[in-house]
Ligand binder design. Sequence first.
Ligand SMILES: [Zn+2]
Length: 253
Amino acid sequence: MAPITLPGYGDIEPLSPAAEALVKSEDPEHPANLIPELCREFYKLGWVTGTGGGISMRQGPLVYLAPSGVQKERILPEHMFVLPFAQSSVPKPGSKRDFVRVPSKKGLSESQCTPLFWNAFTQRDAQSCIHTHSQHAVMLTLLLGKGAKSFRISHQEMIKGVRLGGVGKTLAYFNTLEVPIIENTAREEDLTESMAEAMTTYPDAAAILVRRHGVYVWGPTWESAKTQAECLDYLFEIAVKMLLAGMPLEGDN
Ligand SMILES: [Zn+2]
């Protein structure tokens, strides 16, 4: 493989010792250490059980991805995939991706969410994107019904933890939160275009719900992506309870 030139890193030969060094750090906040730790936490929340869901992070010119189809609570730093953010082609379904580092363990493949994470990176300049299969997100899309294009809720304190577009100013208590809903597809990667379209149609949306599947949430930092994922999950859960109690989601009733 040809060396990849990375601003601040110089030329890195894929699969070389220099590429291996990208996943070794004593810093607990290094993406190679944080991704496994956060996946363990998300596993306990029921967000990434059954090998689905995950988190990606950018660091300078690099993107760190967890592997696909693995025990999410047992991921190690050496299982990380590292990609240059600048890809030779858009990482859409079926396209080849450029890698700086791939894990040597057999049977690991990059996250199937890769092009969806890229939507958040390119359209919102997000630095981190989280995908969960939370039952609160799924149940909410079911209760809202097949024709629902978005989820709207107002007059909830936790709305204040969500940012305009996921990366702008935080919403105020009196703002209405709106999250678009897209239809699920047979393969994760096939959601790429409908997610991108929904992000364009709803420029203020901080997340995308996928009916019968889960949610994609992003942020300008990993901390912000995590906080917003928590606030949104709280709002999805309370909305489910409100709908089951026959209460409207909007208004100060
Ligand atoms: Zn998924």
